[in-house]
Design a binder for this molecule. Structure first.
Ligand code: PBG
Length: 327
């Protein structure tokens, strides 16, 4: 920077008018870069509110259909579906059942969405297991990595058969991307892409999600999700997922992990997405409800910050509302 005593550089010149600020803006939000996570509850006749996520519901199949139409209308890039089953068991049978709620919801969403947006599915067992873990347990109650991957292989085929257009592998088992890739290819689904939740941290910010999916988890996921202290290990997970064949990788949560996100964005050869999770949503909603922050500005700034740090797309519960503001 030129340091001239008589004519100091004045950065404020480029901030003086809205038109100038718009012209020099480095980062823009666009509806196509937003993905809406959605919950679908088996047996629900009406949408069921989620108290810790004001404005977010567990959908019935009918309200799902309407919400997909609304999401398409808003021009967002995609939706990520989560199922809330009526019955759970030790191996999460509902996940691989073609008539399981997530697979049913996927068929409905794909039929409604047409080519307007990308219908994605959460590929993980935690919504379907009675113990609430992301995998199956061994005799000592430890999450069995390789036995879980066998379940993920079957789950991947069930989801691909239901029409899912991007499988979101969120279970954090070692080798899960390679296993699912080989299962898909073996079943002829060579064109079904994989989103690897590569750097997924064991986070307190998933709190409200546990209500959203009526999780039965006791304890935590620290034997498989990343330690929030570890940046280098997050990048290692990104590299592994890319090497195993992930088409897109994810950093999750978003706002407390922007360093990992920026590093991943700088080095990844595939798109890097970030998931602004339930607790991040709940914090802003709660503060706004108290009148402590300006809700719209806080929402926009939070997602903008995630994009600025390097996310190519953002999963956010505000996707549709935010798209409306952008347009
Ligand atoms: C696992 C999964 C979780 C979330 C998305 N996928 C929960 C967890 O890992 O405990 C959390 C998303 C959120 O908090 O918004 N299927």
């Amino acid at each position: 920077m030129i340091d001239h005593p008589d004519r100091p550089y004045r950065p404020r010149r480029l901030r003086a008018t809205p038109a100038m600020r718009r012209l020099v803006s480095e980062t823009r939000l666009h509806p196509a870069d937003l993905v809406l996570p959605m919950f679908v509850r088996e047996g629900a006749a009406e949408p069921v509110p989620i108290s810790s996520m004001p404005g977010v519901v567990q959908h019935s199949t009918d309200s799902l259909r309407r919400a997909i139409a609304g999401a398409a209308e808003a021009g967002i890039g995609g939706v990520m579906l989560f199922g809330v089953p009526e019955h759970k068991d030790a191996i999460g049978s509902g996940a691989t059942d073609p008539d399981g709620i997530l697979n049913v919801a996927t068929r409905i969403a794909v039929a409604e969405a047409g080519d307007a947006l990308v219908v994605q599915t959460d590929l993980c067992l935690d919504e379907f297991t009675d113990h609430g873990h992301c995998g199956v347990l061994d005799a000592r109650g430890y999450v069995d990595n390789d036995a879980t991957n066998l379940r993920y292989r079957d789950m991947a085929i069930a989801q691909a058969e239901a029409g899912s257009q991007l499988l979101g592998l969120s279970g954090m088992m070692d080798g899960q991307v390679a296993e699912v890739r080989s299962a898909l290819d073996g079943a002829g689904f060579t064109n079904t892409p994989i989103l690897g939740y590569a750097a997924k941290y064991a986070s307190a910010f998933y709190g409200p999600f546990r209500e959203a999916v009526q999780s039965s988890l006791e304890g935590d996921r620290r034997t498989y999700q990343l330690d929030p202290a570890n940046r280098r290990e997050g990048l290692r997970e990104i590299d592994l997922d890319v090497a195993e064949g992930a088409d897109v990788v994810m950093v999750k949560p978003a706002m407390s992990y922007l360093d990992v996100l920026a590093d991943a964005a700088a080095s990844s050869p595939v798109p890097v997405w970030a998931y602004q999770v339930s607790g991040e949503y709940a914090m802003i909603e709660a503060a706004a409800a108290h009148g402590w922050i300006d809700r719209r500005r806080a929402v926009e700034e939070s997602v903008l910050g995630i994009r600025r740090a390097g996310a190519d797309a953002v999963l956010t519960y505000w996707a549709v509302e935010l798209a409306g503001w952008i347009r």
